[in-house]
Design a binder for this molecule. Structure first.
Ligand SMILES: CC(C)(COP(=O)(O)OP(=O)(O)OC[C@H]1O[C@@H](n2cnc3c(N)ncnc32)[C@H](O)[C@@H]1OP(=O)(O)O)[C@@H](O)C(=O)NCCC(=O)NCCS
Length: 157
């Protein structure tokens, strides 16, 4: 299906992104509320880009940040259930990387231990598991930190 990736610039489309999140794992397990989902999308420290179909439907989105102690962090990515497996997720990931890598040397993300499909997905896109955090979001679940790098932050030789 035809569409474009474009910066989020309307409250209506932001609401659609929050709706995609709360209808999907892993956020169902985390019992993420609509307001919690929306607050990440609307946080001025973050940038959200949407996959918008030619009929105006928001089929997916990616939220990144270039700020904080791990700049180049993909905070959220989701494609709505009925639009998965046709490559939109990969296009959103590539768009995020093209936005991040000219500005900093790493792309970071976190993925839950109970989301093996997404872990394999990121491994296939060239991400490496670099750590894990136990009981970070909720008790009994681990978050894996993953990284794709273009090299060290500073060349000293
Ligand atoms: C991860 C996600 C954004 C990928 O989007 P997509 O548009 O379906 O991805 P693509 O079309 O580029 O790639 C599809 C492939 O991704 C893989 N994949 C990605 N996530 C997967 C998951 N959670 N479970 C199973 N397979 C998954 C499959 O191998 C699939 O291949 P298939 O079409 O042969 O089944 C989408 O699955 C999604 O929104 N998942 C729910 C939210 C989520 O888990 N986000 C990541 C949180 S860290």
């Amino acid at each position: 299906m035809e569409g474009i990736i474009t910066p989020l610039n309307s409250a209506q489309d932001g609401a659609a992104c929050a709706g995609i999140m709360i209808a999907s794992e892993p956020w169902i397990t985390f019992r993420t509320t609509y307001d919690e989902a929306l607050s990440v999308i609307n946080d001025p420290d973050n940038e959200t880009f949407i996959f918008k179909l030619s009929d105006g439907t928001v089929a997916g989105f990616v939220t990144i940040t270039l700020k904080g102690s791990l700049p180049g962090y993909i905070k959220r990515i989701a494609v709505s259930g009925k639009h998965r497996s046709v490559g939109m997720g990969k296009e959103l990931m590539m768009f995020a990387e093209q936005r991040i890598l000219p500005r900093t040397k790493n792309v970071f993300l976190c993925v839950s231990d109970f989301n093996p499909g997404a872990i394999d997905y990121y491994l296939n896109l060239g991400y490496e598991k670099i750590g894990e955090i136990k009981d970070y979001l909720v008790n009994g679940k681990r978050e894996f930190i993953m990284r794709k790098t273009a090299g060290p932050l500073k060349e000293i030789l």
